[in-house]
Design a protein around this ligand. Structure first.
Ligand code: FAD
Length: 519
């Protein structure tokens, strides 16, 4: 059985024990990728349980360096998480709710640590939102069982997706959808039939006053520093902190600004990397400082109705983009092997990749000689973010033009993105390398030059990120090596293309065909 089904079974098996559990001295909420007080399902339920029994709510967050390593969490993302925790801790303290942050060396110790804390505080109930990566689902199932053995009720509840994975299945086959469009129609229909899917959860009420005295030591604890292998340099820290203010207040402010001022033009501007055409909210969805529910509801309300498929095109398209995040989490929950370094389409395992370290280094460092690729990779290096159009272009370039194993790129993205999210990243790489769910066909190979001319026609994005090319005028910006006099090009100090696109395209077609066993 799939880990998500095993978790559901365990939840069902322990249901009676949990229903019988009597409130004792405290209720715990365990924060993970849900670093917000507003519209947080498990936090809300925990707070309600505590309020009904007039006992305190205690929140915990476990820092696990090994977890960060296992998830390839980037230093930028670790820093964003710790900054968001700082804000959350203050907000909760204003409600007399302590947030206990503990560092645990080994990730497998996390369930025992949580139970130890629960016993120390006399907590009867623990709440947490479900995450859909395989290890997380297994950990949640283990904790549910171990807690039940100790007479503690662990409640793992769905929250991160607007529609819970497993709720949508194809009408004819009853299976999980493997294509986005029919899935999206079913997703919208589900929300229309279940308007409660977009009901938002109130933040917790104040704790009893005695909580502040009793748990004084928790209020006084400081947020830990990032683990040594995830530290940012001072300069990086300053740069990224000013680019990406953390916490849920900032998230809601950004959402409001986007929906009130920019969402109407989303459809026309979202593919132009030089303009501020997208919401830039992915960092908040990934840290959970904003819920997808809040975002979709706010956008739908702005569209003046209760349907998702009517009204302004900009809003409709944006909602359909946020839905991709749900889609990839549904895919991950249903096909957990995608979490295990395997392509969704197993036949793509047979493709013979090039193992060219120099090409990979040139891609990572933004010196492939293709300006649009290099601009995008330098945007990533500078800001820990990359525009969606450029993510598709550089991913296609890695998997097709350089014919390098897409998993190298997937890994590099997770190690550098501030919005790194396993399901969306894996889905994006699967799409671009043609090996994922609902991918672009293997014979569709982006021409980096045409992509550059189409989506950065004036070369503004390229000039912003590649100082060597700032003075290049006109169409030569897209292909300086091919379009400038040799001496002029050589004086720029910019590299020649590492591969020739026509040759690379033919090579990729042949290799993909061979791997897939097609003639
Ligand atoms: P907007 O255009 O404003 O979209 C709103 C939200 O919708 C995003 O914040 C995001 O949560 C969701 N969304 C939009 N497009 C997608 C998509 N294609 N897949 C899944 N969700 C989407 N997104 C991540 O959040 N984390 C990743 O690690 C990640 N890796 C990617 C890797 C590749 C190779 C590709 C092609 C895409 C990847 N994406 C990832 C999806 C997308 O590029 C980003 O979500 C988007 O660029 C974030 O910018 P935004 O918030 O301004 O997006």
């Amino acid at each position: 059985r799939r880990p998500v089904e095993k978790l559901r079974d365990t939840i069902n098996d322990t249901q009676d024990d949990r229903a019988k559990t009597k409130a004792k001295a405290a209720v715990i909420h365990w924060f993970k990728c849900d670093l917000r007080a507003y519209d947080n399902t498990a936090l809300h339920l925990a707070a309600e349980r505590a309020r009904e029994s007039d006992i305190p709510l205690i929140c915990i967050y476990i820092v696990s360096p090994q977890d960060f390593q296992a998830h390839l969490t980037s230093p930028a993302r670790v820093d964003f998480i710790l900054r968001s925790l700082e804000i959350l801790k203050k907000d909760l303290a204003a409600l007399d709710i302590p947030l206990y942050i503990k560092t645990v060396a080994k990730r497998k110790e996390i369930p025992d640590q949580i139970l130890e804390l629960a016993e120390e505080w006399g907590a009867s109930h623990i709440y947490a939102n479900i995450e859909y990566e395989v290890d997380e689902l297994r950990r949640e199932a283990l904790l549910t069982r171990k807690a039940a053995e100790k007479g503690i009720a662990f409640n793992a509840v769905p929250d991160t997706c607007v529609v819970e994975p497993g709720k949508l299945s194809a009408k004819t086959s009853g299976n999980q959808y493997a294509a986005y469009s029919p899935w999206y129609r079913a997703w919208m229909a589900y929300i229309h039939e279940h308007p409660e899917a977009l009901e938002l959860y109130a933040p917790p009420a104040k704790n009893p006053r005695s909580a502040r005295e009793k748990f004084r030591y928790i209020f006084e604890l400081e947020i830990p520093d990032a683990p040594d292998d995830k530290l940012l340099s001072d300069e990086e820290g300053r740069r990224l902190r000013s680019l990406w203010p953390a916490g849920e207040h900032e998230a809601r402010k950004m959402l409001g600004g986007f929906i009130e001022k920019r969402i109407g033009e989303y459809e026309t501007r979202r593919n132009i990397p030089s303009v501020n055409g997208t919401s830039m909210l992915s960092v908040h969805f990934a840290a959970g400082t904003l819920s997808a529910r809040t975002a979709i509801k706010r956008a739908r309300d702005m569209n003046g109705g209760c349907r998702l498929d009517t009204g302004s095109e900009g809003i409709r398209v944006w909602i359909s983009e946020v839905a991709w995040r749900d889609f990839y989490k549904h895919v991950l929950a249903h096909w957990p092997y995608t979490c295990m370094n395997k392509p969704f389409k197993i036949e793509y395992t047979n493709i013979k990749w090039e193992y060219n370290d120099e090409h990979f280094a040139a891609w990572c460092e933004g010196r492939t000689g293709y300006p649009i690729i290099d601009a995008a990779m330098r945007q990533l290096a500078n800001t820990a973010y990359m525009h969606n159009r450029c993510r598709m272009i550089v991913a296609s370039f890695l998997a097709k033009d350089l014919l390098l194993d897409w998993r190298l790129g997937e890994r590099f993205f997770m190690e550098h993105l501030i919005d790194g999210d396993f399901a969306s990243n894996n889905g994006g790489w699967g799409f671009s390398s043609s090996s994922g769910v609902d991918p672009q066909p293997y014979f569709r190979i982006f021409n980096p030059l045409l992509q550059s001319e189409k989506f950065d026609p004036e070369g503004e994005y390229i000039r912003k990120w590649i100082p060597e090319l700032r003075e290049v005028k006109g169409m030569a910006i897209h292909d300086p090596c091919g379009r400038l006099e040799r001496e002029v090009f050589e004086a720029l100090g910019y590299p020649k293309p590492v591969v020739e696109h026509k040759f690379a395209r033919d090579r990729a077609l042949a290799r993909y065909k061979e791997g897939l066993g097609r003639s």
